[in-house]
Design a protein around this ligand. Sequence first.
Ligand code: SAM
Length: 293
Amino acid sequence: MNYRHVYHAGNFADVLKHAVLARIIVHLQKKETAFRLLDTHAGTGLYDLSSAEAQKTGEWRNGIGRILRAPLDPDNAALLVPWLAAVAAANGIDQVVPGAPFEPARLTVYPGSPMIARHMLRKVDRLTVTELHPADFTRLSTLFAGDVQVKTIELDGWLALKSFLPPKERRGAILVDPPFEQPDEFRRLADGLVDGLRRFAGGVFALWYPIKDEAETDAFHRALIETGIRKILRVELRTAQVEPGRPLTGSGLILVNPPWTLEAELGRLVPALAEWLATGRGAGGRVDWLVAE
Ligand code: SAM
C-alpha cells in the first residue's frame, strides 16, 4: 500500500469526484428521512497543502486552485456551492459567494471525501468510513474522534461493501474510491458494485476510476454493461488527451441509481469544469447513460 492521497489531494480528479459527491448528498437532503453515507476508501480526511508531499506535486493548483479562480457562471457556481462550502469550512472561512469564491492563497488545507460528507450531514444522518492504511487510519480516526455521527473503521473497503450494506437507514450513498495500485482494481470495482447492489438495491453508488488507457476503460464499461445492472450514469472529465504511460489526465465516476435531476446538472457542470481544468488538446467532459433505466 504505497498510495498516499496527500500527493493528489485537490487535483482535477478530486474536483470531479467531490463536486459530484456533494451534489448526490444535496439530493439525499431533500427528503427529511435520515440517510447514511459509506466511504470505503476514505484516506486521511484532511490534507495539508503546505506539506512537503502536496508541495512536491502541486497537483491541487491545477485542480481546486483553478476552480477558485475560474469565472464561474451563476448556474454552475450554484451547483458547486455545497462542495466549496465544505472546502471553505475546512479552511476556517465562513462563506463562499457563487461566482466570487475565495482566493486560492487563503487555501491551507483541502478536505477529503469524509470531511466533505461530514460537513453535509444533518443531525439525523450518519457517515461510515473505512481505511486500510494504518497511518492514514490513525489520522482519520483522530479527525473524527468523539463525533457520534461518524464511525471510523480500520477495514478493507471491499469487505465494508459486504459488512455495512444495507444501512439501517435504508437510504444513502456509497463512494468507492480505491487507489488503483493493483492490476485487478477495475474487476474489483465491478464485482464490488454487483455485491453492494445485491445487498442495497436502492443505494446510490459512486465508483471512481482513473482513465490511464482508453482501451482499459472501455473494457471496464463493457464489463459493467454485462452485469445487467440498470441506471448507470457515466461521468468523465479529461484535462487533455489520455496517453498511456503519461501523467493522469482523465478520471471518471460510475453512478448507479443517481438522483433523477443529477444527469441534467452534471451535463451542464462537467463540460464547464473540463474547460476550466484543461491543460492541453483533447480536454472535455462527458455525461451519458452507460445503461439507461
Ligand atoms: N476517498 C478519498 C477522498 O476522496 O478524499 C481518497 C481515497 S484515496 C484515492 C484511496 C485510499 O484507499 C488511500 O488512503 C489508501 O490507503 C486506501 N486503501 C487502499 N486499499 C484499501 C482497501 N483495501 N480498503 C480500504 N482502504 C484502502
